[in-house]
Design a protein around this ligand. Structure first.
Ligand code: ZN
Length: 446
C-alpha cells in the first residue's frame, strides 16, 4: 500500500535516538532509587534537566486513599563481613545487596542463623536478586548463590558473620514528578512510569528514559488537541498518593498508559484497560493496536487483571480510569527480571527507540481521532470538482477519503475508519483534514 506523506504532527521521531535513550538509562541506573528518599529525588532532578518537571513532596504520615505515606529510608552503610573484617557483600558496591527498607542492625551471628535473612536465586546462581520489604519491618541481604556457597565452604555453618545495617527510617516525604505538555483542550492523555527500583535498567530506568524523551519531543512539536501529562512516581504508593492529590481532576483523563520494561529485545505486550476488557475496547486499547499494526510490529494483547504495575491503582473500581499498560516483555516473564542481570546489556538502543516510535504513534492516533458529519451524504461527492484528486495523493489517500466520507455519520470515529479500512491511521487522518478543508466534513465532537 503506497504511503502517504504524514502531516507534520504525525512525523515519527528519528531513529538515531536509540543511543540518546540508552545514555539516559545509563545515567539513571546508578541512582539509588527507592519509594522515598534522595535517590528518587536525584532521578527526578536528572529527568528535570530534560523536561520541566513539577515536583510534589507528600509528607510522611499523610493519609492517601487507604494508605499512609511511609517514613523515608536512609542508608549510610550496610555490609556483611567475615571475622577478619573482610566484606562478604557491601551495599556500597550495589544497592541490590540490601533488602530495600531494611531496619538497622549491628550484630554477629553464625551463618546457620543468618541464612533466614539471606536471599539468593538457586536457579540463577550467579545473579543477585532484588528484594523489598517496605511495609513489614525486617532486614535482609541479597547475594548470588555462588557467593553464599563459597562463604559456607570457607567458614562453615557455625562461622560467625558480622552484620552492619547503618540505616534509619525518618520523617520526610514521598516525591513524585510530573511534566505537563499543554494541549488545545484539557482532555488529557496520562502516561505513568514507576520510579522506585535501584540499579535495574529495564525495570524501571527504560520507561523513565523513553517517557522523558517523548515528553521533550511533544514539548518541541506542534501543539496537540490533548494535554499530555507524564507522571514519574514510586510504584503503588506513589500512584496512590498522586490519585489522592488529584482526585477532583481525574475526569479530564481521556486515555492513559502505564509504561514499563521498554528496553528489552522482546516484542510489545499491551494490557488492556479494565473497561476495555469488561465491556468493549476503549480508544486507548484500539489506538495501541492500530499504531502497532501501522508500524508492522506484532503485539501481544492481554486482558486486564488486577495485578501488575500501577494500572491496578488507576483501574481500581472507584476510579476505573481508561489506562492500559504498554511493555515489551512483561514483568516476571524475562529471566533477568528483578535480578542483577537487568542491566545495561539487557536494554538495547534499538528497542528503546522503537518503544519511543510506538508511543509517538499511539499518542498521534489518539490525538488525531475524531467524529465528523459528511455534509454531502447523498451519493458520493464529486472529489475532482473540489481539487481533491490532486490533494489526495495516491490510491490509499483516495480510498481513505471514501471510507471517511462513508463512515462520517456522526457515530463513527476515525479509529473506526482505520480499523475497518485497514488503512494507516495517519493516512485516514490526512484524508479527513483534506475533506474538512474542502467543506465536505464538519467535526461533531469538538
Ligand atoms: Zn519491578
Amino acid at each position: 500500500m503506497p504511503a502517504v506523506a504524514p502531516s507534520p504532527a504525525c512525523a515519527a521521531p528519528s531513529r538515531d535516538v536509540g543511543a540518546e535513550l540508552h545514555a539516559l538509562v545509563a545515567e539513571l541506573v546508578p541512582l539509588r532509587r527507592c519509594i522515598t528518599g534522595d535517590g528518587l529525588r536525584q532521578t527526578l532532578l536528572a529527568l528535570g534537566e530534560r523536561v520541566p518537571l513539577r515536583i510534589t513532596e507528600v509528607p510522611t504520615g499523610t493519609p492517601v486513599l487507604d494508605w499512609t505515606v511511609p517514613q523515608e529510608w536512609r542508608v549510610r552503610q550496610a555490609y556483611l563481613a567475615r571475622a577478619d573484617g573482610t566484606r562478604v557483600v557491601d551495599w556500597a558496591g550495589s544497592p541490590l545487596h540490601l533488602v530495600q527498607y531494611s531496619v538497622a542492625v549491628r550484630d554477629r551471628m553464625p551463618l546457620r542463623a543468618l541464612r533466614a535473612h539471606l536471599h539468593t536465586l538457586p536457579d540463577q546462581p550467579s545473579l543477585v536478586p532484588y528484594r523489598t520489604s517496605y511495609y513489614a519491618p525486617t532486614w535482609g541481604f541479597c547475594m548470588s548463590q555462588h557467593a553464599l556457597d563459597a562463604l559456607a565452604a570457607e567458614i562453615g555453618e557455625s562461622g560467625e558473620v558480622e552484620i552492619v545495617i547503618d540505616a534509619e527510617h525518618v520523617e520526610g516525604s514521598l516525591t513524585y514528578g510530573e511534566v505537563v505538555i499543554p494541549g488545545e483542550t484539557d482532555d488529557e492523555i496520562l502516561l505513568s512510569a514507576h520510579a522506585c527500583h535501584p540499579a535495574l535498567a529495564n525495570d524501571n530506568a527504560s520507561s523513565l528514559a523513553v517517557a522523558t524523551v517523548l515528553a521533550r519531543r511533544l514539548l518541541d512539536g506542534p501543539r496537540l488537541r490533548h494535554t499530555v501529562r507524564v507522571l514519574f512516581a514510586p510504584g503503588t504508593i506513589g500512584a496512590i498518593a498522586w490519585l489522592d492529590r488529584n482526585r477532583a481532576d481525574l475526569g479530564r483523563i481521556r486515555h492513559g498508559l502505564v509504561l514499563a520494561n521498554l528496553g528489552d529485545a522482546g516484542g510489545f505486550t499491551y494490557k488492556q484497560t479494565r473497561r476495555g476488557t469488561l465491556d468493549a475496547p476503549l480508544p486507548i486499547d484500539r489506538a495501541v493496536a492500530l499504531a502497532m499494526r501501522d508500524l508492522g510490529w506484532a503485539l501481544d494483547v492481554r486482558p486486564f487483571a488486577p495485578t501488575g504495575y500501577d494500572e491496578r491503582q488507576f483501574a481500581s473500581p472507584g476510579f476505573d480510569l481508561p489506562v492500559g499498560r504498554l511493555t515489551r516483555t512483561p514483568h516476571g516473564e524475562y529471566p533477568e527480571y528483578h535480578t542483577s542481570a537487568d542491566d545495561l546489556d539487557l536494554v538495547r538502543p534499538a528497542s528503546l527507540a522503537a518503544s519511543l516510535d510506538a508511543l509517538w504513534a499511539i499518542v498521534m492516533a489518539l490525538d488525531g481521532d475524531g467524529r465528523y458529519r459528511n455534509t454531502q451524504p447523498y451519493g458520493e461527492p464529486q472529489l475532482g470538482r473540489r481539487g481533491l484528486y490532486a490533494s489526495l495523493d495516491g490510491p490509499a489517500a483516495q480510498q481513505a477519503a471514501l471510507w471517511v466520507l462513508n463512515l462520517s455519520d456522526g457515530k463513527h470515529s476515525l479509529l473506526d475508519v482505520a480499523e475497518r479500512s485497514g488503512l494507516p491511521v495517519a493516512t485516514v487522518r490526512a484524508a479527513a483534514d483534506r475533506l474538512e478543508e474542502a467543506g465536505l466534513l464538519v467535526p461533531t465532537d469538538r
